[in-house]
Design a protein around this ligand. Structure first.
Ligand code: 5GP
Length: 194
């Protein structure tokens, strides 16, 4: 097991509805040393990609993205979730359905922060059905920029997002892929990756 898988086994809690709770170290209280290890791991995987910007989505992607960005020495842009569709023309927008809240949100990024020259690394905490990622990819495409890689902390491999995104041809790297998890015993099985 790698460092993140070990931490998930130690402190993750399997909840009903295929939800893995990792709020003691990842998306409520945040373990910055762990984030730093994740940054190092992503830098290793995307070293050759000439990344010049990191894109994530509020809220829980932001903390990880900021620490990852230190390893690439690039800025972070986060897509905002907007309730209103009354948005001016200075924004790129996409629609995203939230896995955890079952609601639909517009996500937006100001046009001035995504340009056709950008080589983007997308970072997020979880990958489940892939809706968040598809929304982020749409924003990058609308700007004429390039998605050069996608880094995810925890992918739930039993949900379809990973396969959908890989089939689109993107280099998607997840530091931990949960193959299965049992809500009664709490057992978590990871996909082996080399
Ligand atoms: P997707 O759009 O891929 O279905 O879901 C991705 C988003 O849903 C992530 O940004 C994350 O915030 C949230 N999410 C999905 N599954 C889980 C989960 O099992 N646990 C937690 N804590 N968040 C999740």
């Amino acid at each position: 097991m790698n460092f993140l898988e070990e931490r998930i086994v130690k402190d993750g809690v399997v909840k009903e509805g295929n939800v893995l709770k990792v709020d003691s170290f990842l998306n409520h209280q945040m373990d910055i040393k762990l984030f730093d290890q994740m940054g190092e791991a992503f830098k290793e995987k995307f070293r050759e990609k000439n990344i010049n910007k990191i894109l994530t989505i509020e809220a829980s992607g932001i903390g990880i993205a900021c620490i990852v960005a230190k390893h690439f020495d690039v800025p972070v842009v986060f897509a905002k979730k907007a309730k209103s569709i009354n948005l001016d023309g200075e924004m790129y927008t996409a629609e995203v359905e939230s896995f955890t809240h079952k609601t639909k949100n517009q996500i937006i990024v100001a046009k001035k922060f995504l340009t056709a020259e950008d080589r983007i690394l997308i970072i997020d905490d979880f990958l489940a059905n892939g809706c968040a990622l598809q929304g982020l990819i749409q924003l990058v495409q609308a700007a004429g920029a390039e998605v050069c890689g996608i880094g995810i902390a925890i992918e739930k491999g039993f949900q379809p997002g990973g396969q959908i995104i890989r089939n689109l041809g993107y280099q998607l790297e997840s530091l931990a892929i949960v193959e299965s998890m049992n809500g009664e015993t709490g057992e978590i099985v990871f996909r082996s990756q080399e």
